[in-house]
Design a protein around this ligand. Structure first.
Ligand code: NAD
Ligand code: MG
Length: 403
């Protein structure tokens, strides 16, 4: 009898993480079968993926994109059901015939399908950090209730998972003292405040070490990415904020570390290539080849570390504050950040106004307790409205300053 293949749904298959996932899958056709692929709207890429991986279902967000994909799929004679909408994404994530779900949609848009996968007890490979940031309590609860396996794809959290004795362990338990999250510092690590004022979207998206989607690239440049990752680590590893420290490491070779009470510090190293954490999680508990270039330490030569500067990069401070406030505060932080980053990428907001908008929204909306997905989505909606108001107030000021 042929060995059972792991059956996969890849949410966000056309993005940076989605494409890297399919790259690893293509190296192990004997181990994996792609059941569902999903994307927002890039039907050209999704169609090519359908031709190569022959999924049984493909889901896009909007109906116009679904019609276009349906036409291509029919013309090619593929046996692939084309669906659209958020409910179809949730269904793709919870299909009985699926073992493993790669959650690689960007933003809170990934929350509902990721939660559906967790509730259905799947092996969930979590790249979509925003779902833990916005709904950590709800998602972790769903994992506990269903018995789902949650494996971090974010390279730092994947490193911590590997450096902990049995994967998940709270600091205090198993002698863990601290979690050290490394951060590259992004493209503007040494920029002056004046230089930061002038940053353009293309400059912000040119990350020195990682090729990623545009939203996370901007998050890396503002250091909000590390802030979101602090909150992500809190939920994944049950770690209090004072046990999570950020250290700048420009080479992105040490992906993160765990410090133990006896003074030992365990790290995971590797070239900065997402296929390593993806292959780790896909193969877990076994190791499989990832197609990455192996690390040549002599060629790297030196590794550097420094403390983060929250004066120039206030987003990191704002994320710690939101985590300390608890309840809906991280959801509000995330929503304000998503609005600010989209505005920045559209050329409608300055780089330095990103933290200004987030801070204003956080200070206007009091944190409320979270006990359901509804609480999370309500807080997200209120924060987006509040960010919209801030933008309407700020725009005349920006226009006056420009003229
Ligand atoms: P990306 O922008 O390259 O891809 C996003 C994917 O999500 C695409 O397939 C897109 O079609 C889909 N998508 C976007 N909006 C959607 C919506 N509203 N509904 C349904 N699908 C939608 O992003 P990425 O860089 O691959 O990042 C994906 C996630 O992984 C993010 O949460 C990011 O923080 C996290 N992550 C990425 C990296 C990386 O190296 N790129 C590393 C660590 C974590
Ligand atoms: Mg990361």
């Amino acid at each position: 009898m042929a060995p059972h293949k792991q059956r996969l749904t890849i949410l966000g298959s056309t993005g940076s993480v989605g494409v890297s996932t399919l790259d690893v899958v293509a190296r192990h056709r004997d181990k994996f079968e792609v059941v569902t692929l999903t994307a927002r709207s890039r039907t050209d890429v999704l169609f090519r993926q359908c031709l190569e991986f022959k999924p049984r279902m493909a889901v896009v967000l909007e109906s116009a994109a679904a019609s276009e994909l349906q036409r291509q799929v029919s013309q090619a004679g593929l046996n692939c059901e084309v669906r659209c909408g958020v409910e179809a994404l949730e269904e793709a994530a919870s299909l009985p015939g699926v073992d493993t779900v790669m959650a690689a949609i960007v933003g809170i848009a990934g929350l509902r399908p990721t939660l559906a996968a967790a509730r259905a007890g799947k092996k969930v490979l979590l790249a979509n950090k925003e779902s833990l940031v916005t709904a950590g309590a709800v998602l972790m609860d769903a994992v506990r209730v269903s018995g789902a396996t949650l494996l971090p794809i974010d390279s730092e959290h994947n490193a911590i998972f590997q450096a902990l004795p049995r994967g998940y362990a709270a600091p205090g338990a198993s002698g863990v003292r601290r979690i050290l999250l490394t951060a590259s510092g992004g493209p503007f690590r040494s920029a002056t405040p004046r230089q930061l004022e002038q940053v353009t979207p293309d400059e912000a998206c040119a990350h020195p070490n990682w090729a990623m989607g545009r939203k996370i690239s901007v998050d890396s440049a503002t250091m909000m990415n590390k802030g979101l990752e602090v909150i992500e680590a809190h939920w994944l590893f049950d770690a209090s904020p004072d046990c999570i420290e950020v250290v700048i490491h420009p080479e992105s070779v040490v992906h993160s570390l765990v410090e133990y009470i006896d003074g030992s510090v365990m790290a995971q190293l590797g070239n900065p290539d997402m296929r390593t954490p993806i292959a780790f999680a896909l193969g877990f508990p076994e190791r499989i080849a990832a197609g990455v270039e192996y690390l040549d330490l002599a060629r790297v030569g030196a590794l550097h570390f420094e403390r983060p500067d929250t004066q120039r990069f206030p987003c990191l401070r704002l994320a710690y504050e939101a985590l300390a406030a608890g309840g809906t505060a991280p959801t509000v932080l995330n929503a304000a950040n998503e609005v600010a980053v989209a505005q920045f990428l559209a050329g409608a907001l300055g780089f330095q106004q990103i933290p200004a908008l987030i801070e204003a929204v956080l200070s206007e909306i009091p944190s409320r307790p979270v006990s359901s997905l509804g609480d999370v989505l309500a807080a997200d909606g209120i924060a987006r409205e509040c960010a919209g108001d801030w933008l309407r107030r700020a725009r005349p000021r920006r226009q006056a300053a420009a003229s």
